[in-house]
Design a protein around this ligand. Structure first.
Ligand code: ZN
Length: 198
């Protein structure tokens, strides 16, 4: 027997399909939305549609942004010869929050994971190698210290080193399997300062 009407069920199903939202939370959110003033619901729905329509990848570093170049890539006072490679835009934000990094980033949008069938061609590695054909002094590999993150770092290092580029890996201190976005700024700064050439 269906507990709720078709419209409510549909909304609950859509919300439950989002990451980190179970069926109970989806129900709670659905009822909350239904109880909200219509203008507020419209504003929320529009912000989702507008973000989807207007947010794209930066043509240089592939982070999510509103324009062709993201604010970091368009800044002249950043060191564009120093590139930090991260797995996603959330990791970029975590490093950016430390305010200690003067270089630019490259967002891979994932990590190599043979277990789940994600190969080098599925993430932005080719684009990184293309960027490195320009003047680049150092590439800092700041992928997570999970098996996937380490595999990805090794793979990239093997591609870039023959090009004569200095390749470094952020220091451990970032716990194994640790997700960069949850690690505090002091630890991130320490990991960056203690990076070693590989
Ligand atoms: Zn960018």
């Amino acid at each position: 027997m269906e507990l709720y009407s078709g419209y409510i069920n549909k909304l609950v199903d859509e919300l439950a399909a989002l990451p980190g939202i179970g069926n109970k939370s989806a129900q709670r959110l659905a009822f909350h939305l239904i109880g909200m003033p219509e203008a507020k619901v419209r504003r929320l729905a529009n912000s989702m549609i507008e973000a989807k329509a207007n947010v794209r990848y930066c043509s240089k570093c592939f982070t999510l942004t509103d324009s062709d170049l993201c604010p970091i890539c368009s800044k002249a006072n950043r060191n564009h010869r120093l590139i930090m490679v991260v797995e996603n835009s959330r990791d970029l934000a975590a490093y950016e929050k430390t305010g200690k990094f003067e270089g630019v980033y490259h967002v891979l949008h994932g990590a190599i994971s043979p277990m789940t069938g994600i190969g080098p061609g599925d993430i932005k590695i080719k684009e990184l190698v293309e960027r490195c054909a320009d003047d680049v002094d150092e590439v800092i590999l700041a992928t997570n210290s999970s098996l996937e993150g380490e595999t990805t770092a090794m793979y990239i290092s093997k591609l870039l080193k023959p090009m004569g580029i200095k390749v470094t890996r952020i220091a451990s201190g970032v716990p194994v399997g640790g997700d960069l976005e949850y690690i505090d700024e002091v630890t991130l700064t320490r990991a960056l300062d203690g990076r070693v050439e590989i």
